[in-house]
Design a protein around this ligand. Sequence first.
Ligand code: 5GP
Length: 113
Amino acid sequence: MADSIFTKIINREIPSEILFEDDRVIAIRDIAPKAPVHLLVVPKTPEYANVAELAAGDADLLAHIVATAQQLANEHTGGQYRLIFNTGAEAGQTIFHVHAHILGGGLEEGTLA
Ligand code: 5GP
């Protein structure tokens, strides 16, 4: 299967503003922000298409994504944020390489990624 946009960002094949990186995840700023602060936390492995697969396959990695989101939110949104995993095309998912959206910095009622 072709590499996802996120794998290309992880491999530095396309540019992105990288805010955090370790051996398991990368955090970037969303290219089309839906809130004053809109960040994405993405596991480096492309093996999980969505959070349901990730939860079933690697709960430790899911916990690490959530902990990384909290750390980023502490730095960028004062620790108050919305954490969203769009799951399935009908729910708005467009990239089938699991990722968490962090939305914060002053949200309007009903803001979704
Ligand atoms: P999804 O709709 O799959 O839940 O979320 C995909 C997100 O990736 C969208 O919010 C979209 O704006 C973001 N996105 C798509 N292409 C790029 C890109 O090339 N760079 C960055 N930083 N974000 C992207």
